[in-house]
Design a binder for this molecule. Structure first.
Ligand SMILES: NC(=O)c1ccc[n+]([C@@H]2O[C@H](COP(=O)([O-])OP(=O)(O)OC[C@H]3O[C@@H](n4cnc5c(N)ncnc54)[C@H](OP(=O)(O)O)[C@@H]3O)[C@@H](O)[C@H]2O)c1
Length: 330
């Protein structure tokens, strides 16, 4: 089934499923804290991207900081000769050193936004970016709004086609989207276990696409962490920072495993796998939703793209999942 979505008011059409490219950036650190997802095989990452294209996935979300530039380089390599077939989103705001692979902290200035784009285009080996997203979700609103006119200028120059903000604060998203016509998307944390109603309301009111990050709850909603095995210490989930709630010492917490178990049967309806049901839930939740599951192997993108064949959960299936989640919360 061909399922497409529009990136908000930009009119840019994308497949209803995107591919998240954080993990394929490979290791990078903030001091000794891993920010990557452990070791990666670049050749497998390239095969994964090509398989996605074969299966109708044409939207790729990365960030300049993922793997300290490495994710964009791998994406650029995979998309060589195919640029006109894809829509690429990247992000600015988290600085890094490409050589040492160290994250060097936030910078939300206009100057950095401009210079970061030059690095992004070089690494992606392209002369324009489709969607340029502000990565600092908690930045002050006036600092974010100060970026809007310079971003509009980049749109006029043809260096970007549209822009957005990755934030979970409805007020921030509303002010930013209101400030400029070229704002097309808000990237929101959303999955079948963690609804984000206030953010979806803002996206609908402001004509924004809701790009869903963490659609599989960092892998939990694939079901493969239910057996309690640990990810490596070089994986961000292995030494989880405070904001990362699903894993403790690399093992999915009993509370989150119980939540996954509670919705498993409801999400695996109609022959779907758990990951496919989770993606179907997102499409049923809002027509603005565009899930971007992180994929690091051909097998993973095959399974995730298989969700396109099943489409959204039916209203009855969707409501059953919601009933189970509210029961858990009660
Ligand atoms: N602040 C931001 O802007 C921000 C923050 C977070 C994410 N994002 C974006 O959102 C994307 C997705 O979020 P996420 O990567 O945090 O989490 P996610 O999509 O919920 O989970 C992705 C991980 O789940 C595992 N997985 C994926 N498909 C699978 C399958 N079919 N079967 C088994 N395992 C599977 C893979 O890791 P393992 O195989 O290692 O388990 C994969 O890296 C990111 O790649 C990034 O582009 C943006």
């Amino acid at each position: 089934m061909t399922m497409t979505r529009t990136l908000g008011r930009s009119g840019i059409e994308v497949s209803a499923l995107g591919m998240g490219c954080w993990a394929i950036g490979g290791p990078y650190w903030g001091g000794t804290q891993p920010y990557g997802w452990g070791a990666v095989d670049d050749d497998e990452s390239v095969r994964t991207i090509h398989k996605g294209l074969d299966l109708g996935v044409d939207f790729f979300d990365t960030a300049s900081s993922y793997g300290a530039g490495h994710s964009e380089r791998v994406l650029g390599r995979a998309l060589r000769g195919r640029r006109d077939r894809v829509v690429i989103a990247s992000k600015f705001g988290n600085t890094f050193d490409e050589q040492s692979k160290q994250a060097l902290g936030p910078n939300g200035s206009v100057e950095y936004m401009r210079s970061c784009l030059d690095g992004i285009l070089r690494r992606l080996d392209t002369d324009y970016l489709d969607l340029y997203q502000f990565h600092l979700g908690d930045a002050e609103i006036h600092d974010a709004v100060a970026l809007v006119d310079p971003l509009e200028e980049l749109v006029r120059q043809g260096k970007i086609r549209a822009y957005g903000w990755s934030t979970d604060d409805p007020h921030r998203a509303e002010e930013f989207a209101n400030a400029g016509a070229g704002c097309a998307a808000i990237q929101v944390h959303l999955n079948a276990l963690e609804d984000n109603a206030a953010m979806l309301r803002v996206c609908a009111a402001q004509g924004q696409a809701a790009i869903n990050r963490g659609p599989l709850a960092m892998g939990l909603l694939s079901g493969k962490y239910q057996d309690g095995h640990a990810v490596g210490r070089d994986d961000i989930r292995g030494q989880a920072p405070q904001w990362l709630r699903y894993f403790d010492n690399g093992v999915a917490t009993p509370q989150w495993r119980a939540k996954v178990e509670a919705v498993r049967a409801a999400l695996t309806v109609g022959g779907r796998t758990l990951a496919q049901g989770s993606l179907g839930w997102l499409w049923a939740r809002s027509p603005a939703n565009i899930p971007i599951p992180g994929c690091r192997t051909v097998e993973q993108i095959e399974e995730n793209a298989g969700a396109l064949e099943h489409g959204p959960l039916s209203l009855r299936e969707f409501e059953e999942v919601n009933r189970l989640v509210s029961e858990l919360e009660a």
